[in-house]
Design a protein around this ligand. Sequence first.
Ligand code: TIU
Length: 237
Amino acid sequence: MLAIRAEPYEFKFDPATAALIIIDMQRDFVDPGGFGEALGNDVALLRKAIPPTKRVLDAARKAGVFVVHTREGHRPDLADLWPAKKVRGKFKTTIGDKGPMGRILVRGEYGHDIIDDLKPKAGEPVVDKPGKGAFYATDLGELLVSRGIRQLIVCGVTTEVCVNTTVREANDRGYDCLVLEDCVASYFPEFQEAALKMIKAQGGIFGWVSDSKKLIPALEKAAAKRKRAKAPGKRAA
Ligand code: TIU
């Protein structure tokens, strides 16, 4: 069991039953020309989460932590796009329309895919989700249950929308969630702050909040232990 400093109190986890879930780090949200920008947002605000998330991803892989990626998006025929989601906001350009990186939030389009810096590796499931929460209308629950996962380490965008919705869904399904504040981002600084407060308030009503600097040393410890266990003729301490 590993323990890291977090709020509202120490977060303990076993790397064998924890998963790293990286929410919607797609070009459509973090690059100019996608859905995020079509909604009138400044995408630069999200990009600062990329380097720490990359460091956490690398450390999690070395520690043997199960990694899951999600993407928000829809079938090319938009059959899974609620009319309410399509028209909300009365924007000129919306989901399914042509953007500079292909049709916005449509599966198979360049803009819908995950950014190169955080590209999934073989064996890391990519969960395509039509909603904001990663459990709604997906097989994420089955992927986690089949591996005995109990705890989720959460990175991604945006903090108050898909990250918060996913954490709430996970909480109601019995998972412990640790959200890394430097690895999640919002187009709105005030929402970033409030969304993190909401998670850790009331004794951790939805989970814990920490950061990459506190988590990575624990993952490195797990990776070293794993390496020793794998070394010929040696047993883990
Ligand atoms: N608009 C916004 O803040 N977010 C989304 O629409 N999706 C995600 O958060 N992934």
